[in-house]
Design a protein. Structure first.
Length: 381
């Protein structure tokens, strides 16, 4: 009897502040994580040490009355060509460094895009054959995608051929990404001497990791929340199937910027403080401000949950799993659990994986690697 050949897959998560690389070996019985790397794209954004007088600045501020959390939207269009070129160079260099540090020899990689140029919609259509759907989906997409369809890459997946309560309808996941975004993403990978085998969407890579590694309860309704550097992604799954996806443009960077403004600090100093002293359940001046900074994000999460539960005919959300860099803040799970009235935990994707010896040192930051793991676990439909 022929044995099933093991497959090597590389997932690269290109975030706005760091690049995460994972190498998996997938066999018929298990999945082994063999190589990992995480590289800061802008290492200058985190101070090497705290400046003199930082504690005095914190203790003299009054976070209760300050406008702690005010989001100012960034515009990529406002950046000039020189800055964009410098930014691209930094990303390419970080990818090269990550691939080298993880000792990756393979060139084919799975990566993903995210942000305002990516649109995700869950839609319903009358039941029809797959052939009919392929011809109709573009016309249907015009109602839901706020971009010129001539300038986007469009994809879809049938989630339910016959919806449980309305069997004459199909439930479909519709995704559109601007062609320019995809081309730039591919260009970055190619400049890093890599071959993009698949370009996915961050949110679905996270869902894929959760489904493949966690094997969720088929009856449970859960939320996956990835709190990254500049974007928070909220997904709601029922029976392991996605029912809601939303990107919120409030995340770790915005909290750091608010802390910096509140205490008159440089961004790099505020970021170092957040990483070293951040604990949203503590009552010192810095963490009071951090707590206030988190409140708006909590409001956006609650808004998303309310929207889903008002639309859903099934169970309410019973459990929240956190990933991303901000999920590493001490006690953030307890803070969110108390704020939302739901059980919250930071999800450790390493827990249910076979991992090689050298990877064990990454266990403390495993929640930051969930998207790259999901990318490496990508399976062609």
């Amino acid at each position: 009897m022929a044995t099933q050949k093991k497959q090597v897959k590389i997932g690269i998560d290109i975030g706005t502040d760091s690049v995460k690389v994972c190498r998996l070996i997938q066999g018929p019985q298990d999945i082994e994580l063999t190589n990992v790397a995480r590289v800061e794209i802008y290492p200058e954004n985190v101070a090497d040490k705290l400046a003199d007088g930082v504690d005095e600045k914190i203790n003299s501020a009054s976070p209760e009355s300050a406008p702690v959390f005010k989001k100012e939207k960034d515009s990529a269009e406002a950046e000039d060509k020189e800055k964009l070129a410098q930014k691209k160079e930094k990303i390419v260099n970080a990818i090269k460094k990550g691939v080298k540090e993880a000792d990756i020899k393979e060139r084919d990689v799975v990566s993903a895009v995210a942000g305002q140029s990516v649109i995700v919609r869950y839609i319903e259509m009358p039941h029809m054959s797959m052939e009919e759907l392929a011809g109709a989906i573009k016309f249907e997409a015009e109602q839901y995608i706020p971009f010129d369809l001539a300038n986007v890459e469009l994809d879809y997946q049938v989630l339910e051929e016959k919806m449980e309560h309305t069997p004459d309808k199909m439930r479909i996941l519709l995704v559109a990404a601007k062609t320019d975004l995809i081309k730039e993403h591919i260009s970055i990978l190619e400049e890093a001497s890599l071959k993009p085998a698949v370009v996915d969407v961050d949110a679905f890579a996270l869902i894929n990791a959760f489904e493949r590694i966690k094997s969720p309860d088929k009856e449970e309704c859960v939320a996956l929340i990835n709190i990254g550097h500049s974007l928070t992604n909220i997904n709601i799954l029922r029976g392991g199937v996605p029912y809601f996806t939303r990107d919120v443009f409030l995340a770790g960077k915005d909290i750091t910027e608010a802390l910096a403004k509140n205490f008159g600090l440089e961004f790099s100093q505020a970021e170092k403080l957040k990483r070293e002293r951040g604990n949203v359940t503590e009552s010192d001046a810095f963490n009071k401000a951090l707590h206030l900074g988190m409140e708006e994000l909590v409001g956006e999460i609650r808004l998303s949950f309310d929207y889903y539960e008002n639309q859903a005919t099934e169970k309410n959300i019973s459990h929240v799993f956190l990933t991303g860099g901000t999920s590493l803040l001490p006690q953030i799970d307890k803070f969110l659990s108390e704020s939302l009235g739901i059980t919250v935990e930071a999800w450790d994707p390493f827990k249910d994986l076979k991992i090689s010896g050298g990877v064990k040192e990454w266990e403390k930051v495993a929640p930051t690697l969930a998207v790259s793991l999901g990318l490496a676990l990508h399976v062609e439909k």
